[in-house]
Design a protein around this ligand. Structure first.
Ligand code: EPZ
Length: 411
């Protein structure tokens, strides 16, 4: 891409990746045809579809509508070659244990942002009666019938909350998840199950109660919009000193990022289902910390780093969720930023303007941030390994082009 260019115009959001993937796993628990609307056209959804097909479910896509049929015989194993491509495959663990009483899933391992253990998933499921063993890189679980119980999570893990919620929906008795994650994607998962006949209360709060039911019936569900995609474009507008209207979102889902943009000098207009972000001057330096929802999302941290790298003054950014999410800072410093990492703090001394450089993408969100950096920088920036971005963003380049970015994909 060639910069600097302000992003200007209107852009529509896709359905949420981090909801779609869990809803697809959840569909394994519903004997019959589940229809998911607004399923983002991204490679992670295609990968999850492969996992479900490998487990014996039928998956059809028609544009942004997915039809998943799990009425047939399901298999218990999610193999290494699929799980290694996408950690979220671990979310089939709860549904398989609920549906079959056994599951064999390859251990997901770490990635560019952290070691990412699954101990909270396993500990909670063990409390529900599952016997686990791990060998040859796989975790194997067996249980006669999952039993409702009280689980207090050591950390409000999104994935552990979702796996336990799914396991509890058809368990015997009532499960209470305490210190649960409160992300909107958890609320979307609960809404889906309620439409299938489940009894769930408290989703979106630290305490979720699930009264097990004997069976679920199929439903049609519209996936919530992607708040991380929306946040990416909102920060892109501010970092490029542009003016962007983001449509088809729930502004409340990104309220804290919007407040931080206002603190940095952006003008933000909120309406029922859209947000307008304008930045007419150089951003002001601010400090921020990432935290579980409703705190500032760790997935928007890299984009904020790009904006603060150009702010007037010094900012401190603290990453509290993933221990190695500053790996991409070296790439940003190649673009002329002054960022020093000390443990889980990044000290950012703002520069007037970034300068173009060839950079390498380590993961989805850092990839989107480096592209925004290239749009703000003087000169032509080349972003390598941009395939990571397609895992989480639908039509990212096309949407940026429509907002005036001079950007293209080279094979
Ligand atoms: C989900 O990951 C998202 N992924 C991540 O988005 C997001 O960054 C994260 O939630 C936090 O919001 C999907 O939904 C597919 P966690 P998840 O369990 O569920 C530790 C993106 O770019 N932990 O809340 O894996 C863990 O290591 C991705 O879209 C344990 O220690 O996140 C981390 O430090 C990146 N033991 C922290 O908790 C466990 O058993 C938060 O992890 C589980 C987690």
């Amino acid at each position: 891409m060639h910069g600097p260019r302000p992003l200007e115009g209107t852009v529509g959001m896709a359905g949420a990746k981090n909801s779609a993937l869990k809803l697809m796993a959840a569909s394994l628990m519903v004997p019959g045809e589940v229809v998911l609307e607004r399923a983002p056209q991204i490679t992670d959804v295609d990968l999850m579809a492969d996992v479900l097909r490998r487990l014996g479910a039928g998956v059809e896509r028609d544009g942004d509508v997915l039809t998943i049929d799990s009425s047939g015989e399901l298999l218990e194993e999610a193999p290494y070659e699929l799980v290694r491509k996408m950690r979220a495959s671990i979310q089939v663990l709860g549904p398989l244990l609920a549906r079959l009483g056994r599951a064999r899933v390859s251990m997901p391992g770490g990635d560019a942002i952290g070691s990412r253990p699954i101990d909270l998933h396993l500990d909670g499921l063990e409390r529900m009666g599952v016997k686990f063993s791990s060998q040859h890189g796989y975790v194997e679980g067996v249980v006669d019938r999952l039993k409702g119980t009280r689980v207090l999570l050591e950390f409000p893990s999104v994935g552990a909350t979702e796996n336990l919620l799914m396991a509890a929906v058809t368990a015997e008795g009532t499960t209470v998840i305490e210190n649960a994650a409160r992300e909107p994607e958890i609320q979307d998962l609960a809404a889906f199950f309620q439409a299938c006949g489940a009894r769930i209360s408290g989703a979106g709060t630290p305490t979720i109660e699930i009264e097990g039911v004997d069976g679920l019936s199929p439903t049609r569900h519209r996936i919530i919009s992607d708040r991380i995609e929306a946040g990416t474009f909102a920060i892109g507008a501010a970092a490029s000193r542009g003016d962007v209207t983001i449509e088809g979102i729930e502004p409340l889902h990104i309220e804290l990022p919007l407040q931080k943009l206002e603190e940095a000098g952006a003008e933000v207009t909120r309406s029922d289902s859209s947000v307008r972000v304008r930045m007419s001057a150089r951003p002001r330096s601010i400090d921020l910390v990432t935290l579980p929802y409703p705190g500032f999302p760790t997935d928007l941290q890299p984009m904020m780093m790009v904006m603060l790298a150009q702010a007037g003054g010094s900012s401190i950014l603290t990453e509290n969720v993933f221990e190695s999410r500053f790996l991409f800072v070296d790439e940003l410093n190649r673009m002329g930023s002054h960022i020093r990492v000390e443990g889980h703090h990044a000290v950012i001394r703002g520069v007037e303007r970034l300068s173009s450089a060839p950079v390498q993408v380590p993961d989805i969100r850092a990839g989107a941030a480096l592209v925004l950096g290239g749009i703000c920088a003087e000169g032509v920036t080349e972003v390598y390994d941009s395939g990571h971005i397609d895992r989480g963003y639908e039509d990212f380049v096309e949407k940026l082009q429509a907002l005036g970015a001079d950007i293209e994909v080279r094979a």
